[in-house]
Ligand binder design. Structure first.
Ligand code: HEM
Length: 150
């Protein structure tokens, strides 16, 4: 692997997934942090940032999932779906559905004041953050970055 060769960086078979996974993870966490801040302070600017972060998470999570399927086919050569890989796939699909559902809810909300989101919204959003964290942890196991004992 040449460190500064654009071809080997961009066209590595599994590189796209490894790069793109950071977007839904960071955007979803950031969305919930800004929404909690908005609820706590009553400020609408923070709520707007939370909403836009959520929309970006909803757009980027299916893209990350699609590149994950490609990494599975190319990098793991379609290995049997079991153990950490199967759990990673299930967590990824659940996160994608939750991000899109939360974004749909925000876009269609009657009450336009995003600083007054109901407690149920936060419960689902925090659940989604926990699932994305667990999915990312499993991804590390699948890619071999996380091994027993570290
Ligand atoms: C929102 C969706 C997803 C997220 C957030 C996610 C997250 C991650 C993370 C954090 C890693 C480890 C990256 C690293 O080692 O630096 C990973 C690796 C991996 N994921 Fe996902 N993933 C998602 C969807 C999927 C899906 C749908 C599949 C299909 C089975 C998949 C298959 C894989 C594979 C095969 C690897 C290992 C890639 C390699 O070693 O090059 N992922 N994922």
């Amino acid at each position: 692997m040449k460190y500064f060769d654009p071809r080997s960086i961009l066209l590595a078979r599994h590189a796209q997934h490894i790069v793109l996974v950071h977007f839904p993870i960071a955007l979803l966490i950031s969305s919930v942090v800004f929404d909690i801040w908005a609820r706590w302070s009553g400020r609408t600017q923070q709520a707007l940032v939370g909403k836009l972060d959520l929309y970006a998470a909803a757009v980027s999570s299916p893209i990350a999932a699609a590149t994950g399927l490609l990494a599975w086919r190319w990098q793991l050569e379609g290995a049997r779906l079991k153990g950490a890989l199967l759990l990673h796939l299930c967590g990824a699909l659940l996160v994608t559905v939750l991000c899109c559902a939360l974004a749909w809810y925000r876009a269609n909300r009657r009450d336009r004041d995003d600083a007054t989101l109901p407690a149920g919204y936060f419960a689902v959003a925090i659940l989604a953050v926990m699932i994305v964290a667990f999915t990312a942890h499993l991804g590390g196991i699948v890619s071999g970055v996380v091994t027993p004992g570290n």
